[in-house]
Write a protein that binds this ligand. Sequence first.
Ligand SMILES: CCCCCCCC/C=C\C/C=C/C(=O)SCCNC(=O)CCNC(=O)[C@H](O)C(C)(C)COP(=O)(O)OP(=O)(O)OC[C@H]1O[C@@H](n2cnc3c(N)ncnc32)[C@H](O)[C@@H]1OP(=O)(O)O
Length: 719
Amino acid sequence: MANYRNKGGVAVIELNNPPVNALSFEVRSGLMNALKRAHDDKDVKCIVIHGKGKNFSAGADIKEFGGTKQQKPWITDACRLADESSKPVVAAIAGTALGGGLEVALFCHYRIGTPSCRVGFPEVQIGVLPGAGGTQRLPRLIGVKHSIDMITSGRHVMAEEALKLGILDKIVTDDIIEEGIQFAKSVVGIDVGGRILRNRKVEDAGSKVFDDEISRVKKKYKGYIAPLFCLKAIQASMQLPYDAGMEQELKLFQQLVSSGQAKAQQYTFFAERISARWQLPSGANSQTASPLPVKTAGVIGAGTMGAGIALCLITSGIPTVLVEQDQKFLEKGVKTVEGDLRGSVALKKMTAEQANKAISVLKTSVNLEDLHDVDLVIEAVYENLALKKEIFAKLDKICKSKTILCTNTSSLDIDTIAEATKRRDKVVGTHFFAPAYIMKLQENVYGKDTSAETVATVMALGKRIRKVPVLVGTCDSFVANRMLHPYATEALFLVEEGASPYEVDQALEDFGMPMGMFRVSDLSGLDIGYKVRKEAAKRRGIELTSDTRFVNGERVCLLANVLVEKGRLGIKSGKGWYNYGSPGKREATPDPEVLDTIEEYCRKYDIKKRKISSQEILERMQLAMINEGFKILEEGIVSKPEDIDIIWIYGFGWPKYMGGPMFYANEMKLKNVYRKIRDFHQNYPFSIHWTPSKLLARLSETDLPISKWTSLINSNSKL
Ligand SMILES: CCCCCCCC/C=C\C/C=C/C(=O)SCCNC(=O)CCNC(=O)[C@H](O)C(C)(C)COP(=O)(O)OP(=O)(O)OC[C@H]1O[C@@H](n2cnc3c(N)ncnc32)[C@H](O)[C@@H]1OP(=O)(O)O
């Protein structure tokens, strides 16, 4: 709703829908009635609109987009009276004015804001466009070029920049409502005609600008349709009179809002927030547990992962001690950190001043003892259980009793590592993804004794260092890598059966993955997987050779080992599944030598090859991984499907416009997913990953949407 009061001739209208004043039906109706009242009240000389609490408004209520139509009055109907009013209308902005919230402000004649306020049109991130005049009004205020930047990126613009651009008329430092009232009084009597945006003309930026922008946007936001629709709407502001432009904007909005991409992107928006609400089996949760303060941190291991993690910490202002056992490795790690900071400055992602500030809080040491006083340590040495246990036992003695000990292991048992200490409640997994500074996911893994306070601390730390933290339970390889295993295994089987690695990658990239599986393997290094496979086999008492085709009755494909044994380690050696010309180069070219190796391998084992379609490639890789996702849910390793989707979006770049693998399964209808998985199980009986999940079988009988799966899982522990 919207509250109304008359304060000495100033109508003060408060958008009231905490916590972010989303413009629900009630708020829109309230705003319309309040503006009417202010218009009709002879005593009222001017009008101020502000938001209750910390925010002006986060825009339209996204939940209302789920239906087929948004109930009238729309934002444009509610705001028409502001546009037409002869009494000055002032938007007084604190916190955020986003999307429809900014559109309300653009219907006002003036906008003032606090120094920390932010404005923006983030609609593109939820698969739509500013559909309440934003694409028509913003170009009339700040021009076409800046409007394209703001609307296609969805970025938030801080107060200072908003003032420079002309979105804000003034930045004020006192109470925003009082400032709004004073400002409104000061402009009474000044003709508002020149302030009405609909009356302004948009400068002709020419059509080349749009041709160039279409190419840029297609490259930068590959696969996303909303940014292209935004460009069409902005172009309409330049080509059409205001009312016709508004009609065109609405038409484009309606097309987008009913698209699958918008549905998936809006699902992702809420999934991220649902996933942030964690719960432990004990019942302790994000509402009940409080994080410990992390004023200082330590990172052990200055390799690629350790250096990347240290970079995340120092760029978030956390003084960090980076420890390596060897001075030479330590220096190499610091060079990596410095190089990445320079890169960020060159790419204008930070200023030189910010980079210097970050490096000033980095300390280095070759002595674990230097971690005695830090609040939290992240161990990032190579994947060896004995070594990790040794380090944790030492840390337990060195660090103060409250220090939280985290491991960046991607697969090892958290409980076994915790057993090396006398503070098992303070041991937790914080699994970062390579490159740690870039990838947003932080897969936090609790062990059986990890306390709620420890979980709360690493979840809060994740947010603070601008990651997306997701909480998972402990199991072999946790969630991300456990699901990756059947996905990657199927890719290799597909290659054995006749698809080239390049066809597999093409199918995945056409689907929207940033990189195909084989390209990713080359980037991470084929030797890493080789070592991990050998170590895992050794732990199970199995000896693997490149001739191994079955392990305990289960089909395996060790083609990657064959490549490693030929010296093809990936990008680092200049060749892997692809040819890169020379070590370290990134441009991947298909390599006939690899195809010959595959031919030879298939001849040796008398494997019949056939033509494989891109549809089969996608179905086999994705459904194998989705089936594993249901097993993970069934085992309670995560408590909700949204966790899995967020892990795939932020850990592996699953496109947001496809909503994550579990959402994708939901869209396919679970009965179809289950039927296909059962068929694959019949056709490939030697692959354990095709054994259908019991949870999937149950859910496929119900036809419940993804939003209801969690309640079914919780109400039926015996599945
Ligand atoms: C066929 C139909 C034709 C209809 C014609 C209609 C014409 C078009 C009309 C309008 C066009 C306008 C479109 C829009 O405005 S789309 C919305 C654009 N805005 C956004 O995308 C902003 C989204 N919100 C955020 O980015 C953040 O929430 C934040 C920066 C505002 C605050 O961040 P933070 O403090 O971290 O809080 P949370 O993110 O945790 O949010 C708190 C709480 O609020 C919920 N929420 C936030 N924004 C919205 C929203 N816009 N609608 C609904 N709910 C929202 C969020 O989900 C949290 O809730 P919780 O999960 O229950 O805790």
